[in-house]
Design a binder for this molecule. Sequence first.
Ligand code: PEP
Ligand code: MG
Length: 777
Amino acid sequence: METIVSAEEPVIKPHASMQPPFLLKTLQRIVEEVGSAESISEALNLLVARVRAALGVNVCSVYLVMPDSQRLLLMATEGLKREAVGRVRLGFDEGLAGLVAQRAEIVHLDDAPSHPRYKFFPETGEQSYHAFLGVPIIHRRRVLGVLVIRQRERVCFDESVVAMLSTLAVQLAASLRQAELSGEMQRLLRGERLTDLIVPGLPGAPSVAIGTARVTYAQADLNKIPDRGTTDVEAEIRVFDEAVEQVRLELEQIHQRMAGVLPEEERVLFDAYAMMLASNHLIGGVHKRIRQGQWAPTALRDTVSQYARTFDEMDDPYLRERAVDIRDLGRRILSKLLPHEREIESFPDNTVLVGDDISVAELGEIPPDKLVAVVSARGSSSSHVAIMARALGIPAVMGAENLPVSRLEGRELVVDGYQGQLIVQPSRQVRREYARLAREERELAKDLSSLARQPAITPDGFNMPVYVNSGLLGDVEPALKSGAEGVGLYRTEFPYMVRSSFPSEEEQIPLYRQLLEAFHPRPVTLRTLDIGGDKPLPYFPVHEDNPFLGWRGIRITLDHPELFLTQIRAMLRAGAGLGNLRVLFPMISSVDELDEACKLLGRARNELLEEGADISAPQCGVMIEVPSAVYLAESLARRVDYLSVGTNDLIQYLLAVDRNNTRVASLYNPFHPAVLMALKQAMEGAHRAGKPIYVCGEMAGYPGAVILLLGMGYDGLSVSVAGLTRVKWVIRSFTRQRALELLDLALTMESPQRIQTLLDNALIEAGLGGLVRPGKR
Ligand code: PEP
Ligand code: MG
């Protein structure tokens, strides 16, 4: 930060009354008001007006960077001439606002005119303002604009003022980024012939698809309700009126129940609710919107938002608070409306599931023959939803943060899972091109299907068996057809997630038995319950600040031996007489945990033997997915039959990058040199103990990673069904010798990007370009 405060002049400490608590409240109010503005220009005008009034400064202005340029444009001001808005432009190398943008740094001066970069803009009608505070508006390292306050006197603004302005700039950055996209979206909704709106995200699952958006939304969150129309106005009004009546009765009951608990003056709130519920603003407003063709939830969303805004703008603090009540009322009505709406939900052919944060359960609600792609505003390629998409062989774009979710319902979308982007309302040419690529992908999959019957052996005779990862029983048929040599990972938590309570031993047995029989005599690896982290069970809520570092996987099951024993007994009984069961323990971070897990496994088997069952000891393995387990690989391997590396978690723990956090997703890189070193070390540990080691994380399905793992000498890979033949293609195309050469080269490199490029080029040169980019080649 450049701070120049002259020593000769007395520095006035203005706004002495503005103590931090006052500023905090003011800040909150400004953020709320600006956040609920209808358009970005309204937001900017509100911002400059509120900041100037709150701080008592002479000028507050916002400059925004003009698209693809190094120039700023004055977008809103209080204090300078209004006519200057939209006219005054300055380069990053001009004036003090330009300096803020150029340096991406705060500039704080008590006497701006004496600064060498000061420039006078007569068209703004500016007078001799001395004090200057300019704060850059930055989103993801990109300067979007500058927020400036100015004061006639030579003053140094208080630290709390600097902090407040910086906070506002951060808030503004997010809104501006959102507006960049939704502004285009608005134009599109107004019927402008805007096509090919590109929304960037992250690659979640490779492949491309074209389809119709179906928005999934959090129940009872009004802001998440998507735009939708209705064809049966009367039915929609009836449903809405019934919901209102239910809420009215509910509130009446609460009111009565609270008699004697709450003083009467508090209980008048319920009268206020009842009045609002009867008001024509709310009910009449919703009816009117439904008659104009809106779906009841959308009509409610828009009416509540408009009604609440009129209260937001009131000066009286008591009345302003009523906006909160209106929104609450809206949510209550919505919660009554939605169960009905859900029943009548149907899915279009070629559904693209779009949502803020799509859950595995939501994905499971859509018939697989209708679902062609998934787009989520949150998450990353290692989120479980992306893993499911890969298992289903459909593209996924994750972390599309600026996705105008609620505006996408029914729109045509192109989903490009390679580039990690979607294209809203594609033009004819774009649609044609993507249709061609999608066709080529289908052809490639068909060509590769002949590999199903071929062994996974390199041209120089190195055997690298490929197993399949599964969590859905629907995977079994395709997995068998794709020539998997067994199941390398069955995530048992998925069947737990779709139930309303823990499944009993008897309920689990047929599930496991079906899988064990289907693949017999090939091995089937059943992992013990790995809940916690991003896989909560609705009936076993665990609330923690850091769920990934908390009560998760084996930690939960060792603390609940009754759950663990039930599951292990079910596994052992399911495997009776087959001899192909492998048990796998997740999240092991110490030898003690493993010893305890093995003890419980032994106990379960002994009990079953005592009960007269004929149960042989299963193969037993440990997941290497915590950095400590990498260092302990040899000790762990000596205690079990095999190791299996869970790269999804190992990468997140090794690089300290939350696997679901979009903001840091670009740091989550399987080709990070540290990841390669850890993989090599784990492999050496296992082999020193004379035990095989596999990889079952998603990395095993990345074509470039297959080459490296082949070079390292891994004993097998376990990948999603959809990726199986592709992985076999790589193994059958690269000699072990070539893989070793590429591994040696990769291990000399320090940049993940360079390693990835090395491998992509090797794949393209070998004629496998179709694996790293859309299409066939
Ligand atoms: C892993 O962490 O790599 C893994 C396979 O387990 P999950 O993705 O289920 O956490
Ligand atoms: Mg894991």
